[in-house]
Structure formats: C-alpha cells, structure tokens
Design a protein around this ligand. Structure first.
Ligand code: ADP
Ligand code: MG
Length: 665
C-alpha cells in the first residue's frame, strides 16, 4: 500500500513527510517519537493556582466572542466536579462551533481563583478521564504533531507486516512483546509499563541488527579466508615512504606494518584506522594503495563529499603521476560521456586507482581487478554501501578511515568486527591550537587577530550555522550576512569569499582553488568544510554561533587549521556560557573530547553525525542502553555462529541484511 492512500495524506503532507525522509508506510511506522508528553486530568480540588494543569468539564454556556487589542477571545462557562468555572481562550475563533452546550471537554491552562477564571492554552475534544501519554515527534515547519501522530496511527491500522529481526528463541528468552504490539504501543502508549517494554524491544532489535551485521562480517571473514595473498617487495614500499617530504610518526609506521601484513597474508583485510583529524590517515591510505598497486591490483577510494574526493584526487594523482600510476576521479557531477570513458578504462585496467564519491558504487562501474577498497569517513553499513564493486570472485581488502574518536569501551563494541589501528601521535612539530571562547560584544578582539594573521600572509576559515537566514527572523549569523559584515570591517581590503552547499560545483571548485593558491584570504562557509579539507596555510578558524554546533563538529572544524608547525588559533564566538565550549578551550585531544561529550550529552553527537551514520539508532542510545548493546553483541554472535552454516535458512529476514552489507554481490 502506498503512503498516499493513507487518510489525511495529501500532496502537501507528502511533501512534509519526504522532508523527514518518510516515503513508505514502514518509514512512517518506524518514525518513533523522541519524547512523550503526559496529560493528567485532575479534579477541581487538586488545581494548583498559576500552574499549568488539565481539567475536565461540561460546557454550561454558549461561547461569547469579544476582542481585546485585536485578539479574538472566546469566553464560556463549564461545570467541573460540581464547580462552575469561567473559561477564556484567545485566538481560537475556529473552536467556536465545536464548543457546544453540554459537551464534555478537557481544558489545559492556568487557574486564577480570584476571578474564578481558567485561561486555557488548549482544548481537547477526545476526552481523557485520567492520564494520557502523548507521543511527541520531531517535526518540520508546517507539520503539526497532532497531524503526524494521526497519520502514523492510520499507518498502524493498515496492519502491514513488519519484518521482525529478533530471532524467535530470543523473543521468548527475554519475554519480549510481539513486534506489531510494540510499535503500536510506541506510538500510542496506555501506560508507562507497556511503554517501557515496547521501547526495550525496539532498542534491542535495532542493536541486534547492528550487531548481527558486525558479527556476520567478522565470522565470514574468519571462515572464508579468501583474501589476496599479495607478493610485494617491501623495499619498494620503504623507498616510497622515504620519498615522502616528512618522516612518518611512530603510530603511522605501526599502522603501515599492520596494513602490509594484512595485504600480504591470505586473510581478507578488514581494518579501521582511527585517528584524529590531521593525524595522517590519508597518507597511510595512499601507502596502502601503493602496496596494492605494486601487487597488480586496482584500488578504489570513496569519500563522503565531492570536495573531499576532488582534494584526494589532486593530491594523490600528483604524488603518483611520477611513478606512472594512473588515477581517475568519479563524482556525480561529471559528464556522462566522461563517465563512460572512465568506466571503459577501468574495465580495461588502464586506471589503477579510482577516487570518488558514492558514484563509485553506482551501476555500470566495473573494475578489472579491484583489490582494495578504502572508505573515508563513511558509514560502514549504510544503504549506500550496498555496492556493486565486482572483483571477479575475489574478496577485496577493506580499509576504513575514521576521524571520529570515541571512548575506548564503546569503540570495542562498535568496531568489534574490525582490526583497528590507532593513530594517537601527532605529526612532528604540530602545535596545539589555541582556542578561545569570545562573546559577540568582544568581536573587535577577534577582528584584530584576524588582521594579524592576514598580515603574516596566512589564511582564515570562518564558519556560520546558516547559509542565508531566509525568514530573516533569527539572530543567527549566516554566511551571506557575515561576508557583508567582514567586508565592512576590513574595508574591502581583504579578499573574502563564501563557500556553501547551494553553490554550483564549478563555483565551489573555483573558490576552493583560489583559496588553496592563497588568493582568497578569508573563506566563509557552513560546515561544508568540516570533513578533510587540507590547506596548510590556514592558521585561524573562527566559528560564529558556536553554541549551535556539537563537540564533534567543533573538533572537526578546528582540525582544519594547525596543519603545520605554525601556531594556529580557533575562536568560538558565542554569547552563551556552555560547558561544551569550555571543553574545546581545555583540550585538543579528540579522544578526551569524545569522553567529555559522552559525559555532557549522554550519547554525544559523535555518534549522531553523518560521519558515523551506522551508529545512529532511532531509539537506542549507546551510552544509556550500553548493557543492552553488550547483551545484543553476545546474542548476535551466538546467532551468527549457529546459523551461518545453513545460510540462515530459518531466518529469511536476515538475508536482505546480508545482501546489504556484503561489499561484493
Ligand atoms: P588525516 O587524513 O588524518 O586528516 P592527512 O593524512 O591528510 O591526515 O595529513 C594531514 C596533513 O599532514 C597532510 O598535509 C599530510 O601531508 C601531512 N602529514 C601526514 N603525515 C605526516 C607526518 N608524519 N609528518 C608531517 N606531516 C604529515
Ligand atoms: Mg590479506
């Protein structure tokens, strides 16, 4: 059944829903509330003066309309527990026809005993007599909670079959609710106990799917053993490393050793490099591709954004061209004819390394003999990963790069299926970035140091939370306004440009190019530049409305500067005193910051950002529900080990998941 067929879903609503990424009835049902409101109806004698409460009563007089300062005011009387109370409600003229004499209603509002008057903020016609728990959903402008709740209830009434991803024996072991019952309760709970049970089941299922994927891959890897045992002359690898303009850090050396072992043994590599921004992960990835090249295989490297893919392409192709290694770039915006040509070269083996965005795994992209896949800041299990990376029956080696530092205990659980290499040491000579929180009223101080930096011939990133404040009613800084302000502050003597997601690709490239060349001195952008951009001459990061960003984002943004031995600075502009910003002043260590983030926010947005999409759970919270997560990990492991041999015949629902996560189909 289509979502359009649901009562109340017209074109406008459809549009709202798609903005919330809701396209199917299943999506609707799995759009869980993020919190609940309790509505408790109290008797007359429990009313607390001046506090918001809900009472019930029977309408005793026809509502009268009056106007006070152009506000429409409805007044009427109700009888509530044998007391007559005057009720007023403002700006709800449309309710007049529904407020019929003798009708029972719930009124939410505040009571004033002197005037015996109840000022209502809302009136409820589906009468509640005791307590009611209302689901509250994340919304977008224009879509009302009530409307969405109703549509979801309609969707539940369609009784579509939802796959249950908790194996039956586990359901009985923990006495979980049945899935259809659980989702109904989530959206429409009667009482807290039921809700608790329903949530537990839902969280367990989410975690179980995740842990299944992880354990499946791990198990498959140990069983299949069908990696490529490369034959590589180590001295050639060392020669390449020695030709780099710098010495590898100790952790980088260890990581290269790990990768060299992985690539030359017959087991498939499944390795994660976990290291802070700027710790030199990309550099390692390049070495891995070189090892893979030496053994005669092609490599693919996938980046999350086009800007980043292009940047990787530029630096990697320039360092490899002198070695005769051919590098190609495949991103969404390239011409069809160019793509066709590129794909042909790829099949023919005329390209050794392909760098790109998700376009890499689009249809029609086939390799001659792919041996290594590198994924930069990528969701491991995202749908996008459902890839078409063919490899003539061979299992290619996989390397993940992540700059998302997470506390150790969680890392072990989350990345349990992978071997990890940790890069903690900073490249030699790197200094900590001096960070300062500054109030808007002291912006002069920031402008002065910006000027100093420019005078020294260095460059500056400026970040704002919005591209353009379309409604014009928030007091947030936006990219467009900031450009005007800074142009004014510096008398247009300094070249300032903007960069944001709504610009055309050509324009973006142009700006990036000129910034790299140092022609542009100040680059104002949204968080587009968050991931990976590398311009060594940038020594200052200024973030406006810093309170709007999570710690992970702030840390990533700050990592854009301090990329050489020059002292770099970061200004966090905010009028709010929030602990997050203090943490930034305190430390440059991503792992420390991630621990603090967990402390401050519970789960922390380290798991919530797009960089780690596979760790975003709809209902589960890795920190709060850590015990469930660990339980799931053990249950999923046993489940995989038992059912792998007969290919999950008794659990067909897991087959789609398996398809989704396998890099080769
Ligand atoms: P990451 O991918 O972890 O953000 P990169 O590999 O892009 O880090 O490295 C950041 C910058 O530091 C790059 O310009 C890179 O050339 C340089 N770099 C990498 N390793 C070292 C090192 N050992 N010493 C000095 N500079 C390094
Ligand atoms: Mg191997």
């Amino acid at each position: 059944m289509d979502i359009e067929l649901i009562k109340g879903v017209g074109k406008v609503t459809l549009d709202y829903l798609s903005k919330l990424q809701i396209y199917t009835i299943k999506d609707l049902i799995e759009y869980y509330p993020y919190r609940y409101n309790i509505l408790k109806v109290i008797p007359y004698n429990e009313i607390i003066e001046g506090e918001t409460c809900t009472i019930k009563g029977i309408i005793d007089t026809e509502p009268k309309t009056t106007y006070i300062k152009r506000l429409n005011k409805l007044s009427f009387r109700i009888i509530s527990d044998n007391h007559i109370i005057n009720v007023v409600i403002f700006n709800r003229a449309f309710l007049k026809n529904q407020l019929k004499l003798g009708r029972m209603i719930n009124i939410i509002g505040k009571y004033d005993s002197k005037r015996n008057q109840f000022t209502a903020s809302d009136i409820n016609f589906e009468i509640i007599t005791s307590t009611k728990i209302y689901p509250i959903y994340h919304l977008i402008n224009g879509l009302k909670n009530k409307v969405l709740a109703k549509i979801i209830r309609e969707a539940l009434d369609t009784n579509i079959t939802l796959e249950d991803y908790i194996p039956d024996y586990i359901v009985s072991k923990y006495k979980f609710l049945a899935k259809p019952e659980a989702v109904k309760i989530i959206h429409n709970p009667d009482n807290y106990n039921d809700l608790k049970q329903a949530k537990l089941r839902t969280i367990y299922e989410e975690f179980f799917i995740f842990m299944f994927k992880m354990n499946y891959l791990k198990h498959k890897n140990t069983i299949d053993n069908q990696g490529i045992a490369r034959v590589v002359d180590r001295s050639k690898v060392d020669e390449y490393i020695n030709s780099l303009p710098f010495k590898l850090t100790e952790d980088q050396i260890t990581t290269v050793d790990d990768i060299y072992k992985d690539l030359t043994n017959k087991e498939r590599m499944n390795r994660l490099i976990l290291g802070d921004v700027g710790s030199g992960k990309t550099c390692i990835a390049t070495i891995a591709m070189y090892i893979n090249y030496l053994s005669g295989y092609q490599s693919a490297m996938m980046a999350p954004t086009e800007i980043l893919a292009r940047q990787h392409y530029q630096s990697i192709s320039s360092s490899f061209s002198k070695l005769g290694i051919k590098v190609g770039l495949l991103v969404g915006s390239i011409k069809k004819s160019e793509k066709t040509k590129l794909c042909q070269q790829l099949v023919d083996g005329d390209i050794d390394i392909l760098i790109g965005t998700h376009a890499l795994i689009s249809d029609g992209v086939e390799f001659n003999n792919l041996g290594l896949v590198i994924t930069d800041e990528q969701h491991r299990f995202g749908v996008n990963q459902r890839s078409n990376l063919h490899n003539k029956g061979q299992m290619c080696d996989v390397l993940y790069l992540s700059a998302t530092p997470i506390p150790r205990t969680y890392a072990l659980t989350i990345y349990g299926d992978m071997d990890t290499s940790l890069i903690k040491t900073k490249p030699n000579g790197r200094k900590d970035i001096i960070t300062k929180v500054v109030k808007m009223s002291n912006i002069k101080e920031v402008l002065n140091s910006m000027l100093e930096v420019i005078k020294k011939g260095q460059q500056i990133y400026v970040v704002a939370p919005l591209i353009e404040d379309e409604d014009g009613n928030s007091d947030l800084n936006d990219v467009i306004k900031l450009k005007d302000k800074l142009d004014m502050a510096f008398n247009k003597k300094i070249r300032i440009e903007i960069l944001h997601g709504k610009m055309k690709n050509n324009d973006k490239d142009q700006v990036m190019e000129e910034y790299k060349k140092g022609e542009i001195k100040i680059l104002i952008s949204t968080t587009v530049i968050e991931v990976g951009v590398d311009v060594k001459n940038s020594t200052m990061m200024v973030i406006f409305n810093a309170e709007r960003f999570g710690l992970a984002t702030l840390h990533q943004l700050r990592g854009r500067v301090g990329r050489n031995d020059i002292q770099s600075y970061c200004y966090l502009i905010s009028d709010k005193d929030i602990p997050r910003l203090k943490v930034m002043e305190e430390s440059n260590d991503g792992f420390y910051i991630s621990e603090k983030d967990f402390e401050l926010r519970g789960e922390g947005d380290l798991f919530g950002t797009k960089q780690s999409g596979d760790m975003v759970f709809k209902m589960g919270n890795i920190r709060r529900d850590y015990k469930i997560l660990v339980q799931c990990k053990n249950d999923a492991k046993a489940f995989v080990e038992t059912n792998y041999v007969n290919n999950f015949t008794n659990y067909k629902q897991f087959k789609t998941i398996i398809k989704e996560i396998e890099l080769i189909d």
